[in-house]
Design a protein around this ligand. Structure first.
Ligand SMILES: Cc1cc2nc3c(=O)[nH]c(=O)nc-3n(C[C@H](O)[C@H](O)[C@H](O)COP(=O)(O)O)c2cc1C
Length: 182
């Protein structure tokens, strides 16, 4: 099997996840890694499996990845797995976390699902985790999303740790789990 891990990362979080996935998949299969910006679309036919990664921007996948997905061919031979990092909570935490996640990151997985469904691409699922935000985004979150000071003081130091060793481990496990299911 031949695998491609391709991603966009503005500040390095998604790149860290991409590199972890690449590292772990390389122990089992021939695996390439490349930025979405340097993909040659005619070469995608060489792959059986694509892992496509993005940061969440404006509640959705960042534009370079949306653009990449739009350019994918219909009914390709490869299957696709998504991954993304975001600065809202993980939705499993509690009801509030789920609500904020749905509102501020909830379109990410839908973009993968909808593109794959429209293009008849076999979509195998997605991995996601939190990623620290640059200062202007932290300010935006503080002003618009997590405005309560107590909650903010708990949230921010926690967010700044991600992606952490656990996220990296989970990403690797998720990627290997995909191989096991194929
Ligand atoms: C322009 C911009 C918009 C963002 N919008 C969101 C958002 O809507 N929801 C969210 O959870 N995180 C948002 N973030 C935070 C990023 O998703 C998060 O920091 C991510 O881990 C960055 O990944 P990267 O380091 O690979 O670029 C935004 C970041 C930027 C720069």
């Amino acid at each position: 099997m031949k695998i491609l891990v391709t991603y966009f990362s503005q500040t390095g979080n998604t790149k860290q996840i991409a590199e972890a996935i690449h590292e772990t998949l390389s122990t089992r299969e021939e695996t390439d890694i490349s930025s979405v910006r340097s993909i040659e679309f005619e070469k995608l036919d060489d792959y059986d499996l694509l892992f496509v990664g993005a940061p969440c921007h404006d509640s959705d996948l960042a534009p370079p990845v949306k653009g990449f997905l739009e350019k994918l061919p219909n009914s390709p031979r490869f299957k696709l797995v998504g991954f993304f990092t975001h600065s809202t909570y993980m939705p499993e935490r509690d009801e509030r976390a789920k609500q904020l996640y749905d509102q501020w990151a909830g379109r990410c997985h839908l973009s993968f699902e909808n593109t794959c469904s429209a293009k008849n691409i076999n979509f195998l699922g997605y991995f996601h985790c939190e990623g620290k935000a640059i200062a202007p985004i932290e300010n935006f979150i503080h002003q618009e999303i997590i405005t309560d000071e107590d909650e903010w003081n708990e949230y921010l130091p926690e967010l700044r740790k991600h992606p952490d060793a656990n996220d990296i481990e989970n990403a690797k496990k998720y990627a290997l789990g995909i191989l096991d299911k194929l």
